[in-house]
Design a protein around this ligand. Structure first.
Ligand SMILES: Nc1ncnc2c1ncn2[C@@H]1O[C@H](COP(=O)(O)OP(=O)(O)OP(=O)(O)O)[C@@H](O)[C@H]1O
Length: 315
């Protein structure tokens, strides 16, 4: 099926600016410099960027917690200002802070939230969501007795109460151990498979690489990249090759020095190169001219960490 321009984006951000007014003589802080973003419905979208890049500001504007300075944001076609109620019902946000009322139980948190969003009792899924988050046996204990990981999962459960079409997860796995992280992801993936659009901010690049079909990188309040994960990675003009030798050497041989080869072990040479500028055949010829006996060769593609560093190092 060909995509048509008429599909309503899950999230549309147009020319969005945020300037924080700072008290006193300090200059105002521009956190977002006219950014544009489009998230397709059903996408698993990653929002990455170094600390202070503007991710939280963006998420808080989408969630209606921070006022924008200029520009437009719409969720599933609803403008966050003109159609505020509809926009808010279309989105669920899992915040970074573990802000839960200590004297509510998970069941009460869920029921209270369902009430706030007007979810009829017959349509509530408190037990189902708590079970999916591994919280069934904690459903009736005070939130203050829950561990950090459990609180995080309760916040995810809470954000899902009104079945939002778009779920935003702001650093959801910070402080969550590996096993529970897997559990969280399997539930979030299931929601995504069922059609929920997921927007994720994370510092775990491998997590974004594994989960997200599209990734935006934001730096200094600007979007520096936004494209399908695979094409983002394939654009990186960098590859690593590792040569395993049949004999020990003590230093990088003469002909391979031009490729900035490094000796990581008596029999292992690593070379990073740009495929567009250097042909592998040239590296192999240099190695042969150096009289090296290569018994094995492995190549490595760049990962998201490389992309991230490359895209954010310019600023
Ligand atoms: N209330 C505020 N008043 C003034 N400046 C602010 C305020 N909130 C954020 N900023 C500034 O705006 C910029 C963007 O901050 P933001 O929290 O959105 O970044 P971030 O990408 O979410 O970072 P992190 O990954 O650390 O959460 C930063 O320079 C920050 O200091």
């Amino acid at each position: 099926m060909t995509e048509t321009a008429s599909i309503t984006p899950a999230l549309l951000v147009h020319n969005l600016t945020k300037i924080y007014k700072v008290k006193g003589s300090a200059p105002d802080k521009t956190a977002l410099k006219g950014i544009n973003l489009e998230v397709k419905p059903g996408s698993f979208f990653g929002l990455l960027g170094p600390n202070g890049a503007g991710k939280s500001t963006l998420i808080n504007i989408i969630a209606g917690l921070v006022n924008k300075t200029s520009g437009e944001v719409s969720i599933c076609g609803f403008d966050t200002v003109k159609d505020m109620r509809a926009a808010r019902s279309a989105v669920g946000v899992v915040p970074q802070e573990l802000n839960l009322d200590a004297f509510f139980t998970p069941r009460e948190v869920m029921e209270f939230q369902a009430g706030l969003y007007g979810v009829p009792t017959s349509a509530r899924r408190t037990d189902e969501i708590l079970a999916a988050m591994g919280l069934s046996d904690k459903a009736d204990v005070y939130a203050r007795t829950l561990s950090g990981g459990m609180r995080r999962r309760l916040l995810v459960a809470k954000a899902m109460v009104h079945r939002p079409e778009v779920l935003i997860l702001d650093e959801p796995t910070a402080g969550v151990d590996i096993e529970l992280r897997q559990q969280l992801w399997s539930y979030v993936k299931k929601l995504n498979d069922e059609g929920t659009t997921i927007i994720l901010t994370t510092h775990y690049l491998e997590e974004a690489e594994e989960l997200c079909d599209t990734i935006a990188i934001i730096n200094h309040g600007e979007v520096v990249a936004c494209e399908p994960t695979e094409s983002l990675l394939s654009k990186l003009d960098m590859k690593n090759v590792c040569l395993l030798l049949g004999h020990d050497i003590t230093e990088v041989p003469e002909n391979l020095k031009q490729f900035n080869a490094t000796l990581t072990h008596g029999r292992r040479l690593n070379i990073s190169y740009s495929p567009s500028k250097t042909e592998m055949a040239k590296i192999l010829k240099a190695a042969a001219d150096d009289g090296l006996n290569i018994i094995d060769l492995t190549t490595e593609e760049p990962d998201l960490e490389d992309a991230f560093l490359q895209m954010t190092s310019a600023g």
